[in-house]
Structure formats: C-alpha cells, structure tokens
Design a protein around this ligand. Structure first.
Ligand SMILES: [Ca+2]
Ligand SMILES: [Ca+2]
Length: 181
C-alpha cells in the first residue's frame, strides 16, 4: 500500500478509460438509441396512416357526389377499376401545397369540409425524403396509402409484409391495397 497519494499512473488511466468505453458500448448495444428513434418515427407513421384512413372513410361516407370526385378531388369521368387515376406523394409534391387538407395536397380527398374527424393539415413522413415518404393513390373508387417503416421492431413483427397488401417493403392501408405496386 502506498502511503502518499501520487495520482494515477498512465496504465491505471488507460484501464479506466477502457472499462468506461466497454460499458458505454454495452449500454449503446442494449438501449440502441438509433433504434429508439426509428421506433418513435414508425409510431408517428402508423398513427398518421390510421388517422388518414379514418378521415378518408368518413369523408367518403359523408360525401354526396360521385366517387370519382371524392377520392380524386375535383376530377370527373369514368374510372377504370384498378387503374390509378390520381396520386400524391409527401416528398415529390410541391412543398407549398403538399400539406393542404382540401383535396389539393398529397391526399386527393377533401378532408377539410367534414366535421367528424378534424384534419387541419395533412401529415408528412417524419423524415420525408426519397426513401421515407407517404404515397396516396386512387382509381376513383378505392384508395391506398403507403408508408415505409424503418425500425427492427416493426420489420421483425412483419408489419409491412403482413398488412394484406402486395408490397412486402411498404406498409399499406386503404380500401384497395393492389392500387400501388
Ligand atoms: Ca405491405
Ligand atoms: Ca399496394
């Protein structure tokens, strides 16, 4: 035992630093902050699509006009079932109008006139780039919205592959999940 404290030796410091580094790595591996952020963004996406699904269903029920003008706002004509008549995307639509909830935004349904489900502005993907974005499509009679989930939690749970749609790499909701490939 040393009687006089003379600080730490270099080796002792290195050992302490190494232990701290290992502990930090273990903590990151266990908690995985990046995965937590992905999960939180996925939760927002799932909520967004659930809200839109509800709002579109209510809008379609409350509307009195033709199906074409409801699901493809302002359009007329005879739709071809299964053929996309109108489409919108949170990333590629003009940023000045993409969040409009009156049918001119990326969802081509006027959600602003209905009373039951309030949608003041359309949601966009939490990241909203070329990989993570929302897409709306309708053939005038049915509709589909797609989003891309990113967390291991949702991927492992098969959320995108077991949604009843035709694309295992996107999460699909709507009345016709075959509209978007
Ligand atoms: Ca899918
Ligand atoms: Ca689809």
């Amino acid at each position: 035992m040393r009687k006089n404290a003379r600080g730490f030796t270099l080796v002792e410091l290195l050992v302490v630093i190494a232990i701290i580094a290992i502990l930090a790595a273990v903590v990151v591996l266990i908690i995985n902050p990046l995965e937590l952020m992905r999960r939180s963004r996925d939760a927002a996406r799932l909520t967004d699509l659930a809200n839109l699904q509800q709002a579109i269903n209510v809008a379609a029920q409350e509307a009195t006009g033709s199906g074409v003008g409801i699901l493809c706002f302002g359009q007329t004509g005879n739709p071809t079932p299964g053929t996309v008549m109108c489409q919108g995307n949170t990333n590629t639509d003009p940023s000045s109008t993409r969040r409009n909830a009156d049918g001119t935004g990326w969802v081509k349904v006027n959600l602003s006139s209905q009373q039951s489900v309030s949608v003041p502005t359309l949601p966009v993907d939490p990241i909203n780039n070329s990989t993570y974005n929302y897409t709306y499509a309708s053939d005038g009679q049915s509709w589909e919205i797609d989003a891309v989930l990113e967390s291991q939690q949702q991927i492992n749970a098969g959320r995108m592959s077991n949604d009843g749609g035709n694309n295992p790499n996107v999460y699909e909701v709507g009345s016709n999940l075959l509209l978007l490939p």
